[in-house]
Design a protein around this ligand. Structure first.
Ligand SMILES: [Cu+2]
Length: 127
């Protein structure tokens, strides 16, 4: 007489984390803000950060728009800005995204926001 005892290994399904679904509070970031690039310039509401920058000839500078803020309705309010140089070179007037300019000639390049005037301005020194 033979008997087999079959042991069934019952895999216990992990019911991990008995906390259940989390809830989200506060404004949702829709992801349209662009984090300031390393060594770049942040375009936020009414200021460029940093406002002055010194670079070598041939260097590209990148501006990234961070001009959206959450509102109480899970939406966002975004404000348009531009990077407009005294020499006429300009970025689009936009409320998100980036703009890059490469400076091939030494000099002082003053710029401002076309929407907010010289109250929102910056300078790139190329040497
Ligand atoms: Cu502006």
């Amino acid at each position: 007489m033979k008997g087999f005892v079959v042991m069934l290994a019952v895999a216990s399904l992990c019911g991990c984390g008995g906390g259940g679904g989390g809830s989200t509070t506060g404004p949702t970031n829709n992801g349209v803000n662009t984090p300031p690039p390393a060594d770049g310039i942040s375009v936020s509401n009414n200021m460029f950060t940093p406002g002055t920058k010194t670079i070598g000839v041939g260097t590209a500078v990148k501006w990234a728009w961070n001009s959206c803020t959450g509102d109480a309705y899970n939406g966002q309010t975004c404000v348009s800005h531009s990077v407009t140089f005294d020499d006429g070179t300009t970025s689009p007037t936009q409320d998100q995204g980036t703009y890059t300019r490469t400076f091939a000639v030494a000099g002082t390049y003053n710029y401002h926001c076309s929407q907010h005037g010289t109250a929102m301005s910056g300078t790139i020194t190329v040497q």
